[in-house]
Design a protein around this ligand. Structure first.
Ligand SMILES: NC(=O)c1ccc[n+]([C@@H]2O[C@H](COP(=O)([O-])OP(=O)(O)OC[C@H]3O[C@@H](n4cnc5c(N)ncnc54)[C@H](O)[C@@H]3O)[C@@H](O)[C@H]2O)c1
Length: 418
């Protein structure tokens, strides 16, 4: 039996509550994870996590060490550097899960690696391709795992599609549509303070999920991006690209249209609206793949104790269910994704020499199931290209690979005239 891996979650917000902390609690219950700490900017989110009914009922005997200690500090006092001290106190090769706002990922991931720890980072790893490559090199030199938490990869339907595409069953991908429209109520959250036109947009925030999934299924790389955005005021009056329509061209000439926004009605029965439809060239006929990812066939109508009386529950992403023990256990691809990444860290710790550890990292890169800085750095290029396009009226932005991948505007001379 391997040693339990001590785990710190940096960031105590929505994704930590909804998916990361309950997954890590389950891994602790199973004996994979040892002590769990959570660090946040201030005590308020840590108090909310500790008292969250979903976590208390799911894991009644478990708790986390809070940095800062929400029981003793002024809940609003910020401790922006405290997580670095926490990293310094951990045994080497512990698990650090980064669940901070996007723009803080780069420095926090480097802090964790330089302190000698493995990293699981929520998407996006970083905002620039060069930063992803720097992280890849740093982790490889130290024999440390970096896994990016693209949980749609762990949805069985994605794995089945990948297997069938690789077996040539669909044919060649030619054209597709994907959409992920987040709920309208997000407009009233902290999003309005940072997701403004000059910093981000709906494409940058959510399009990566389906772009990564199409790359995961087909193995193709994106080579051109354009994004049309509609700028409208958030409730606080700041302007954001609340609606985006992106087009991604792939190395084989195929095209994917991706629509994103903050618009799924609050009164609607699901958590969001999402799915994709892809078409393929076969030899004698067309191939086709359609996934309805928000409505998965489950309808619940309640009479009490629910925000919405009618619900279309997604049973596949993340649910806590009875299992014949204390509390509830997490099921779904949200849990499996965290479990896979933490298990990869444990496996890397079982290897005793740096070359053995590096062989494990190389295998993770090559298998391509878990997103690593190396096998998913196209996501950072799409992000760079998307921002360049949306802030320039939707112009075409080319992604160039090779020794030093980069993005640039498409030249007038490159358009094919018929
Ligand atoms: N589907 C997905 O994969 C998915 C979904 C939601 C969010 N995310 C990603 O998760 C990340 C966090 O999103 P969220 O919605 O949980 O954000 P959030 O705003 O709810 O939480 C952010 C947390 O970071 C903490 N924080 C900020 N600065 C800190 C510092 N210096 N030290 C320690 N903690 C600090 C805050 O206290 C807060 O608890 C983002 O990168 C987002 O893109 C991914």
């Amino acid at each position: 039996m391997s040693e339990k891996i001590q785990t710190v979650i940096v960031g105590g917000g929505m994704i930590t509550h909804d998916q990361i902390l309950p997954s890590v609690y389950q891994l602790q219950r199973l004996g994979v994870v040892g002590e769990i700490s959570v660090s946040a900017l201030n005590g308020a989110p840590l108090k909310a996590l500790a008292e969250a009914p979903m976590l208390q009922s799911g894991f009644p005997t478990q708790s986390f060490v809070s940095y800062p200690d929400y029981k003793t500090v002024d809940l609003s006092k910020p401790y922006p550097e405290l997580f670095k001290e926490v990293l310094g106190k951990l045994p080497k090769r512990s698990a650090v899960i980064i669940a901070l706002p996007d723009q803080l990922h780069y420095s926090a991931v480097k802090e964790a690696l330089n302190a000698g720890h493995h990293v699981c980072c929520v998407k996006p790893l970083v905002l620039k391709h060069d930063q992803a490559i720097e992280i890849e090199k740093l982790a490889f030199e130290k024999g440390l795992v970096v896994g990016i938490e693209y949980h749609k990869r762990f949805d069985d339907r994605s794995l089945i599609a990948r297997k069938r595409y690789q077996a040539g069953m669909f044919g060649d991908f030619r054209m597709g549509q994907a959409r992920l429209i987040e709920p309208w109520y997000y407009r009233h959250s902290n999003f309005q303070n940072w997701c403004t036109c000059e910093n981000s947009d709906a494409f940058s925030y959510v399009a990566c999920h389906y772009i990564d999934l199409v790359a995961f299924v087909t193995g193709l790389k994106p080579v051109m991006v354009n994004v049309y955005g509609i700028a409208e005021p958030w409730p606080n009056g700041k302007k954001g690209f609340l609606w985006t329509d992106g087009r991604v061209v792939w190395e084989n000439g195929a095209v994917l249209n991706v629509q994103n926004g903050f618009a799924y009605p609050n009164v609607a029965p699901g958590g969001n609206s999402q799915g994709m439809m892809l078409f393929f060239n076969g030899k004698e006929d067309g191939g086709y793949l359609e996934q309805m990812d928000s409505f998965r066939g489950v309808k619940h109508c309640f009479t009490a104790n629910a925000d919405k009386l009618y619900n279309e529950t997604n049973p596949d992403y993340f649910q806590l269910v009875p299992y014949g023990g204390d509390g509830f256990k997490p099921v779904g691809y949200g849990y499996r994704s965290v479990e896979f990444i933490v298990n990869a860290m444990v496996k890397a710790n079982e290897a005793k020499t740096l070359p053995e550890q590096q062989a494990i990292l190389k295998r993770l890169d090559d298998d391509g199931i878990m997103a690593t800085p190396k096998n998913s750095a196209y996501n950072e290029l799409v992000m760079e290209a998307g921002r360049m396009s949306i802030t320039n009226g939707g112009r075409d932005v080319v992604i160039e690979y090779g020794a030093h991948p980069k993005v640039r505007f498409k030249e007038a001379s490159e358009y094919v005239k018929i």
